[in-house]
Design a protein around this ligand. Structure first.
Ligand SMILES: [Zn+2]
Length: 496
């Protein structure tokens, strides 16, 4: 008799199946649709959809026939079927009405915990969110992350809506691809168009270069900004010859690109897209008058954005708290938040994981007009679970991460003091999870995820990957609880 027999029988009777010793049923996923009854289950560490009855949904799913039922793997094709029959499993845009939180899931297994977390807060989850850099480092595709998010939503029976962010996209071909796949959120990374060399020039050089611009372009900028001041909800922003020339040189080409992308891809899309502009990955901190300049130009050109990410003062390093002058941050954040409110879009905070000391400030001034992105922190929580339940695996990963840390510095800016990490041989198994409470070891793991999860032995077999996922999927509840606690702490301090 098939392991799924109990599940199939219950489905045929139109009742929610119960877990058995062999098969775990995700009861919240149980659905009845036009004659087909369907539920998500897990056997060992592999998840399936089991469907029974009759009707179009059963016919559309691909899977192994099991009497009158089907046992269906979690493939891309079956995800598309779920999207077609259950609206809530497809990503959607949220506009600016409600706070959103980016919850990038590097592993494809964190979303159930994220969903459980946001249910208790005034925030909508952007469950799929991965930059091309992260995808490349993990050998994943945009399709994979969307599939994982949609299946998690179905598993949890979460019907309140979620988004999917094609994060830090620079190339038009990637934009087109993401939108075709169904992403509902696009973060346009303009760092290739933002000129980093202008900061090092002197005023004369800048004004000379600006003087060489075509007359109509100079007219466009001079008439509107030169020697003018703007009152932005009580904050005065003004431009003279020097500052206008500098803004045009630094951001002009980037703004042209934003306008082009908006008019080519966003405005013409047949469904709503949350469009975010990121000017954060540049070498210079975004001053309020620079933020205003970019936003005002977008407004003048008819470009609507739902969020914009400036680069803030101080450092937003991965996986640890804010580094910098908190008073200065508060002053500048307030100004950026006022500018965002003035233009009715959300202020977007990138690398927002673990910035506990500034969350209350961010919550206070943004009044909910906020998008905050987190990513690798859920991977660190996964590592914490590994340290708790599989110390032997944790130890091997720790050694490997230390040996390969240097290789990650070409992708990530982090400055951990690795000498401060307690020696592995002096640490008892019970104390291993404490590594995830220590800044330097957090960063050590934060940036080595790609190296760890793709590491091979001499025969070409995965060194950690399979055991890592097996361990995590066998301990799903522990992982869920640890995310609820950790991400929940973010939301509480943000006042959401
Ligand atoms: Zn960013």
């Amino acid at each position: 008799m098939s392991k799924f027999q109990n599940v199939v029988e219950a489905l045929q009777q139109g009742t929610a199946p119960q877990s058995t010793s062999e098969v775990q049923v995700y009861e919240a996923s149980f659905e009845q649709k036009d004659g087909t009854n369907i539920v998500m289950v897990k056997e060992g560490t592999v998840k399936y959809l089991v469907a029974a009855g009759n009707g179009a949904l059963l016919g559309a799913l691909q899977g192994e026939q099991n009497g009158e039922a089907k046992v269906c793997p979690l493939t891309h094709e079956n995800r598309l079927v779920l999207n077609e029959y259950f609206d809530y499993t497809a990503p959607k845009a949220f506009g600016t009405e409600i706070t959103t939180m980016g919850l990038g899931d590097r592993l494809g297994v964190a979303s159930p915990g994220h969903i459980e977390t946001v249910k208790k807060h005034r925030v909508k989850p952007i469950l799929a969110q991965q930059s091309i850099r992260e995808l490349t480092l993990l050998n994943r595709t945009m399709k994979d992350i969307l599939d994982a998010a949609a299946f998690a939503v179905f598993q949890e029976g979460y019907k309140d809506g979620y988004g999917a962010d094609a994060d830090h996209i620079k190339l038009e071909e990637d934009i087109a691809h993401a939108l075709k796949l169904g992403f509902s959120f696009l973060t346009l990374d303009c760092s290739e168009q933002i000129r980093n060399d202008v900061e090092g020039m002197d005023d004369d050089q800048r004004q000379k270069e600006y003087a060489d611009f075509p007359v109509d372009q100079k007219e466009h900028y001079n008439q509107h900004y030169l020697n003018k001041t703007f009152d932005v909800n009580g904050i005065e922003v003004g431009y003279d010859d020097a500052s206008l020339a500098k803004n045009v040189l630094v951001y002009g080409e980037a703004i042209d690109f934003m306008e082009h992308v908006f008019k080519t891809y966003i405005e013409t899309s047949d469904k709503a897209i949350d469009f975010e502009i990121s000017i954060d990955e540049t070498e210079t901190i975004t001053k309020p008058e620079e933020h205003f300049f970019v936003a005002e130009e977008l407004r003048r050109r008819g470009v609507t954005v739902q969020s914009l990410a400036p680069r803030f003062c101080g450092e937003f390093q991965k996986g640890i708290d804010y580094i910098g002058d908190i008073n200065q941050f508060e002053k500048e954040l307030k100004e950026h938040a006022e500018i965002a409110k003035y233009f009715s879009y959300k202020l977007s905070i990138h690398s927002g994981s673990d910035k506990f000391s500034v969350f209350p400030i961010i919550g206070k001034y943004t009044d909910g007009l906020l998008h905050i992105k987190t990513a690798g922190t859920n991977w660190l929580e996964a590592v914490r679970v590994i340290a708790q339940v599989n110390p032997e695996l944790y130890r091997r990963m720790h050694v490997y991460a230390e040996d390969h840390f240097e290789e990650t510095l070409k992708y990530y800016h982090v400055t951990p003091d690795l000498d401060s990490v307690a020696k592995l041989e002096d640490t008892s198994d019970a104390d291993l999870p404490k590594y995830m409470d220590h800044d330097a070891s957090r960063q050590l793991f934060h940036v080595t995820y790609g190296i760890l999860l793709t590491a091979k032995d001499e025969a070409g077999a995965d060194l950690f990957r399979n055991e890592f996922f097996e361990t995590l999927l066998t301990n799903e509840d522990a992982y869920r609880q640890s995310l609820v606690k950790h991400i929940g702490r973010h939301l509480e301090l943000l006042g959401l």
